[in-house]
Ligand binder design. Structure first.
Ligand code: ZN
Length: 256
């Protein structure tokens, strides 16, 4: 019996070390997030493992891109206090996708419109699970969150005085979205910026389909060009900001 337990403990340890090594490899070589970095009036705020963005939309109101990891929303509250704003100033939250490190504080803002692509709604509301090798291990249960506005690929949603373009980039999750506002391209977890400034696709271990993700990024580059969208910066959720659209263009040329 003792021997069985020892073997079980060893197997568990090996698994733990294996997963740890995989995660270390996944996050190595990324450009780190700079907490509080601003680009074209939009501020990126670190919240533990991930980052969200705060976008002023006029009249003392803001929109968020993602809602951080912390369910209590402490980093969001700190940022609002810094701006001398209360929680009601958050009128909209655009979700790049439904993984829990991006939806943490949603329930703290019951008056905000929660926006996401239609295909992502079941994951955000906890009616379906994510399909990535690691996320699929987590149980599915209702999150208590309701998406109040399901977005369509290609639409332009106007928040206050800021038009936001919506692009479907399925792959990291089925309903992953990229948004462009004020020339800033938000890619969530669909891409990362490496320490050498190049763009990488989403990591295998957290993603539904790496090949769909790559194809979506190639398609996104084409669509931004076709739409005449000027991208001044690319903002991922787990790595630092890249200047200009060049890293996405180079990614598309490497992967098309
Ligand atoms: Zn994710």
């Amino acid at each position: 019996m003792k021997r069985v337990l020892t073997v079980a403990a060893l197997v568990a340890l090996i698994l733990l070390v294996g997963v740890g090594a995989l995660l270390a490899v996944t996050f190595m070589g990324r450009k780190p997030v700079v907490d509080g970095q601003e680009v074209d009036g939009i501020r990126v705020v670190e919240d533990g493992f991930s980052a969200f963005a705060v976008m002023p939309i006029g009249d003392g109101r803001v929109a968020l891109v993602d809602a951080g990891e912390d369910q209590a929303g402490a980093a969001i509250t700190r940022e609002l206090v810094r701006r001398q704003l209360g929680p009601d100033a958050v009128v909209a939250i655009l979700l790049t996708h439904g993984h829990p490190d991006h939806t943490g504080a949603l329930r703290q803002f019951p008056k905000a419109q929660i926006m996401a692509l239609e295909a992502e709604v079941p994951l955000i509301e906890g009616r379906a699970g994510a399909r990535g090798p690691l996320p699929r291990l987590f149980p599915v249960s209702p999150t208590g969150v309701t998406v109040t506005r399901a977005l369509r690929d290609g639409e332009v949603v106007t928040l206050g005085d800021v038009p936001v373009r919506v692009y479907a980039v399925p792959g990291h999750t089925a309903g992953s979205a990229a948004y462009v506002a004020n020339g800033v391209l938000f890619v969530g977890d669909s891409a990362d910026v490496a320490s050498d400034g190049s763009l990488q696709g989403s990591p295998w271990i957290f993603s539904d389909s790496q090949s769909d993700n790559r194809a979506s990024l190639v398609g996104l580059e084409r669509r931004l060009t076709a739409d005449g969208v000027n991208v001044s910066a690319i903002v991922p959720a787990h790595s630092g900001i890249a200047a200009g659209v060049a890293p996405l263009t180079a990614f598309a040329r490497r992967n098309e």
